[in-house]
Design a protein around this ligand. Structure first.
Ligand SMILES: *[C@@H]1O[C@H](CO)[C@@H](O)[C@H](O)[C@H]1NC(C)=O
Ligand SMILES: *[C@@H]1O[C@H](CO)[C@@H](O)[C@H](O)[C@H]1NC(C)=O
Ligand SMILES: *[C@@H]1O[C@H](CO)[C@@H](O)[C@H](O)[C@H]1NC(C)=O
Length: 396
């Protein structure tokens, strides 16, 4: 009889059949214990759901940290309350993205050069620009020495500049300076960031059409779970930048006007990178601001508005800290044909598993060659590139 009761604890029939004395017996105490435990746990879940920020501490007081993690995974994600600053920032950005593009009389592309000094490949760009006056403008941020120009298109196109330290926020500051100068001209609709070692891989008309007749920006962006990706995220960036939104990508972008404006409008997310992303911060976290700020910013605020790959080719196949620099002996018709016919992009993560993610380069849903520009080309490659220019840019 007794064991049976034990098994059927909690059923209404048993409860009713229990008299006061037996209720206080050692067997009878179990229902109360269980009810108490169940209520405590339920209260705990309700509390955890209502006050997600406080629940963590409470959790550690009562359960082991492993139990807490399991609990956190089980709980439905609670929406985080944005701060006043985040709400303001998001509403301004949304408004800019939702407003129809303002078009000038003519649409121009702003070619923005980030360089320490002179641009050794200027004459190749000169050849590229010839005959397309009125459809482009040039801006130069020379961080070290005032450039000596070989091409008329570059004369007096320097903007106010400042020192640039690799990997630091000063790199982003230079990009923002270029965007601000280029935005002053209402006819600039596309903004292309280039370096002194960049070359055009297509004719002007091809590049113009490729950028003007699409509504996305070509900003590189991917999730790298390894030490050189999400491993560079810092808790100081929380809560505005959750680790799961932290992204990586190459610096060289093309941006539509609305995107250039939202980059100008951003002070909040920018400040997180300015304060917490730099080489050597927190031990060996080599956070490189220009590899993370824009990919993360766009991934959070307009993920569908970017291509997630860059239109600027570079050769990382040597797997060193810096990419390969092409020398004169490398410059052949075959090399340029190979680069310009690539139509899938690839991202390699730094988690040591060597995982490579390949995806087709889609332009308005159609598979097209990925690259419009290339780097890094040594100054001595100029003559060979000039010889081959009309040949390789006539490919498409
Ligand atoms: C870029 O990636 C985001 C999310 O990872 C995705 O939503 C978006 O559609 C992608 N962009 C394009 C053009 O496919
Ligand atoms: C771009 O245009 C396509 C087709 O017109 C549309 O479906 C898509 O939502 C647009 N994307 C953006 C980011 O405006
Ligand atoms: C480009 O160069 C290749 C190889 O030298 C040659 O076969 C081809 O005819 C050239 N094309 C043009 C358009 O000049």
């Amino acid at each position: 009889m007794r064991p049976m009761k034990g098994w059927r604890l909690g059923s209404l029939g048993d409860m009713q059949s229990l008299n006061g004395a037996r209720y206080r017996s050692s067997h009878g105490r179990r229902p109360i214990w269980i009810i108490a435990a169940v209520s405590l746990v339920s209260m705990f879940f309700i509390f955890g759901y209502m006050y997600p920020h406080h629940s963590k501490a409470a959790c550690h007081m009562m359960i082991s940290s492993r139990g807490c993690k399991a609990l956190a995974d089980w709980l439905p994600p609670s929406p985080r309350q944005y701060s006043d600053e985040e709400i303001a920032s998001r509403v301004v950005i949304r408004e800019i993205l939702d407003s129809p593009p303002v078009k000038g009389k003519t649409s121009k592309i702003a070619f923005m050069f980030l360089t320490p000094g002179s641009l050794p490949l200027e004459m190749l760009w000169d050849r590229f620009f010839q005959g397309h006056e009125g459809k482009f403008s040039v801006y130069i941020h020379a961080s070290r020495a005032r450039p000596v120009h070989a091409s008329r298109y570059f004369v007096n196109r320097e903007i106010r500049s400042d020192e640039v330290v690799w990997g630091r926020i000063s790199m982003i500051d230079a990009e923002r300076r270029l965007l601000a100068s280029a935005l002053k001209d209402p006819e600039n609709q596309q903004f292309v960031l280039l370096s002194d070692s960049c070359v055009p891989l297509r004719s002007f008309q091809y590049i113009y059409d490729h950028l003007m007749y699409t509504n996305i920006s070509f900003v590189d962006c991917f999730e790298d779970p390894g030490p050189h990706g999400s491993g560079r995220h810092m808790d100081h960036m929380l809560p505005e930048i959750p680790k799961k939104y932290f992204r990586k990508g190459a610096q060289w972008f093309t941006m539509k006007r609305q995107h250039a404006v939202i980059v100008m409008a951003d002070g909040l997310y920018y400040s997180k990178f300015r304060d917490y992303c730099r080489p050597g911060v927190e031990g060996n976290k080599n956070c490189i601001a220009d590899e993370h700020y824009l990919p993360t910013f766009f991934h959070m605020l307009d993920p569908g508005g970017i291509s997630n790959w860059t239109v600027t080719h570079v050769d990382w196949s040597e797997r060193k800290w810096h990419p390969k620099t092409y020398m004169p002996e490398d410059i052949t018709h075959e090399l340029l044909k190979d680069i310009t016919s690539v139509d899938t992009n690839s991202h390699v993560s730094s988690d040591g598993k060597g995982g490579e993610i390949r995806s087709p380069c889609l332009w308005n849903g159609i598979k097209r060659p990925c690259y419009l520009f290339g780097r890094k080309f040594h100054p001595d490659t100029l003559d060979k590139l000039l010889d081959l220019f009309s040949n390789y840019t006539s490919i498409a």
